[in-house]
Design a protein around this ligand. Structure first.
Ligand code: AMP
Length: 284
């Protein structure tokens, strides 16, 4: 694996590889890598000649400064994992390389409804920051394929819109959420949980599964209330949302239409750590 910190050096290498007819796959991350990331790298490698991973903790997507400061950094371990998984190129730029003119931006991405609900509502400015860094990274790497995780369901939808609106010639692949044996969705933020917290945190997956297994009742309010109670009983301190949405539009469901696909999503705090998860529900 070759590690690049400078855009210019990375682009020179990618240009050569492209001239040799190699296809480029891209897995953007914020580091503190786990098997969820590795699954993306593996699929990237299967679909492309060259797998490029980026590690960049993007300051402009954190609406909470403390969350940014506490974001885990495990670069030595990350490099080892990436090498073991046959990553070809790691792009690990400093903040000044990505934002040479500083962090302030005088432009807005038009995200419409997507920015008004769920993560968009509870993390104001978050998706603007995601779009800003992803637009830059996609212009730098110019991948044939982009690999992202369903774990960040709404983020995948935002990326789909970014790619579409800006006619970016990269194909977006969305990969399944990788979970611990307990059902807990793998996440870099899990590192900040105690062992007991990791056990309690499985309640998110159980609550989402409760909704999935009982969706045929059609009682959306009762499903959400019971799921919420499951999180409270498990010891979650604060629940941002538990929602059942149309899987395509992300419009919150008022009733269940058996011909539609839904997604149940949750965001909640445990031990001061904000965890998110979701599962797709095929009613039919
Ligand atoms: P992050 O480093 O958290 O920004 O995540 C980088 C990429 O990995 C994003 O596309 C995430 O959706 C994806 N990802 C994070 N956790 C998981 C997981 N448990 N399973 C699959 N993909 C994941």
């Amino acid at each position: 694996m070759i590690l690049y910190k400078k855009i210019h050096d990375l682009q020179k290498r990618l240009q050569l590889l492209r001239a040799e007819g190699k296809t480029i796959g891209f897995v953007p991350t914020m580091g503190a890598l786990h098997n969820g990331h590795m699954q993306l790298i593996e699929t990237c490698k299967k679909n492309n000649d060259i797998a490029v991973c980026s590690i960049f903790i993007n300051p402009v997507q954190f609406n909470d400064k403390k969350d940014y400061e506490k974001y885990p950094v495990t670069i030595d371990k990350d490099i080892l994992l990436l090498e073991q998984n046959h990553t070809d190129i790691l792009f690990w730029p400093p903040v000044s390389e990505i934002y040479p003119d500083g962090l302030e931006a005088d432009f807005q991405y038009e995200l419409g409804f997507l920015e008004t609900i769920l993560e968009g509502y509870y993390r104001p400015g978050h998706f603007q920051g995601v779009c800003r860094v992803m637009h830059l990274l996609l212009n730098i790497v110019q991948p044939d394929d982009l690999f992202m995780g369903q774990k960040d369901y709404q983020q995948c939808m935002v990326l789909g819109k970014l790619i579409n609106d800006n006619a970016i010639p990269a194909k977006l692949h969305i990969e399944d959420t990788q979970r611990e044996e307990t059902g807990l969705a793998m996440s870099s933020r899990n590192m900040r949980l105690s062992n007991e917290g990791k056990q309690k945190a499985t309640a998110i997956f159980q609550a989402l599964n409760y909704i999935k297994n009982n969706i045929s009742s059609g009682d959306v309010d009762q499903l959400k209330a019971t799921a919420k109670q499951m999180l409270i009983s498990a010891g979650f301190e604060k629940i941002d949302y538990i929602e059942i949405c149309d899987a395509i539009s992300l419009e919150p469901a008022k009733k269940i239409d058996p011909s539609k696909k839904y997604v149940a999503l949750a965001a909640a705090f445990l031990e001061g750590v904000r965890l998110i998860d979701n599962i797709i529900i095929d009613v039919a």
